[in-house]
Design a protein. Structure first.
Lengths: 134, 69
């Protein structure tokens, strides 16, 4: 389970819509399983079908979060035209077993769908997202 | 022994341990997919075996993150 404030979820959706047709991506920092801060990152692939983080930005975010006493607990990316489930490529490239993988689907532009997963050893398991009203 | 900081946490390592050894002792299962900064400088993969760590060093491991729909 991961707890995400509603304003962060709304902000992820706004970023994903703004970056269409490309996939959008970023990191969530927090404590244990509660996200408190969103860090939008550059999709250096600039692609509607792929994303990669810029390692330089990743390190910057890691340090910023650490300074605030937070840890990176999740990454997120959007699927502009497919469902909110990890693709084969998402699973293949999920190297960090400790992080939560969040996927936002904009397949239905009027009703974005956001889901969270743990991915380990080639297997994904959906976990619940608790939206926290702030 | 030397005290270093790895991903924000203090670790004790043997004197003159290399980055390559640190990767093994930290159970990094896919080292090819990890970027490493030593004292905020990127380190080339070819140098992992030759760089020795010293007291007070700060090491950050970051997994590559990417995917596709």
């Amino acid at each position: 389970m991961i707890i995400i404030p509603q304003n962060i979820i709304e902000s992820i959706i706004e970023q994903a819509q703004r970056e269409l047709p490309d996939e959008a991506c970023g990191l969530l920092a927090g404590k244990e399983n509660e996200a408190v801060k969103q860090y939008p990152l550059t999709n250096i692939d600039h692609s509607p079908e792929h994303f990669s983080f810029d390692p330089k930005e990743q390190f910057q975010v890691l340090r910023e979060a650490r300074k605030e006493g937070l840890q990176i607990i999740a990454n997120y990316h959007s699927h502009p035209e497919s469902p909110a489930r990890p693709s084969e490529e998402d699973i293949r490239l999920a190297y960090d077993p400790d992080i939560i993988y969040i996927i936002l689907s904009l397949q239905d532009k009027q009703s974005p769908v956001i889901k969270a997963f743990k991915i380990n050893n080639g297997k994904s398991e959906e976990i619940s997202i608790i939206q926290k009203t702030v | 022994m030397a005290k270093i900081t790895v991903n924000g946490k203090t670790q004790e390592i043997e004197d003159n341990a290399t980055l390559a050894k640190l990767i093994v002792s930290n159970n990094i299962s896919q080292p090819d997919m990890v970027s490493i900064q030593l004292n905020e400088e990127f380190i080339l993969k070819n140098d992992y075996g030759s760089i020795t760590l010293k007291d007070g060093d700060t090491v950050d491991f970051l997994y590559f993150m990417g995917g596709g729909q």
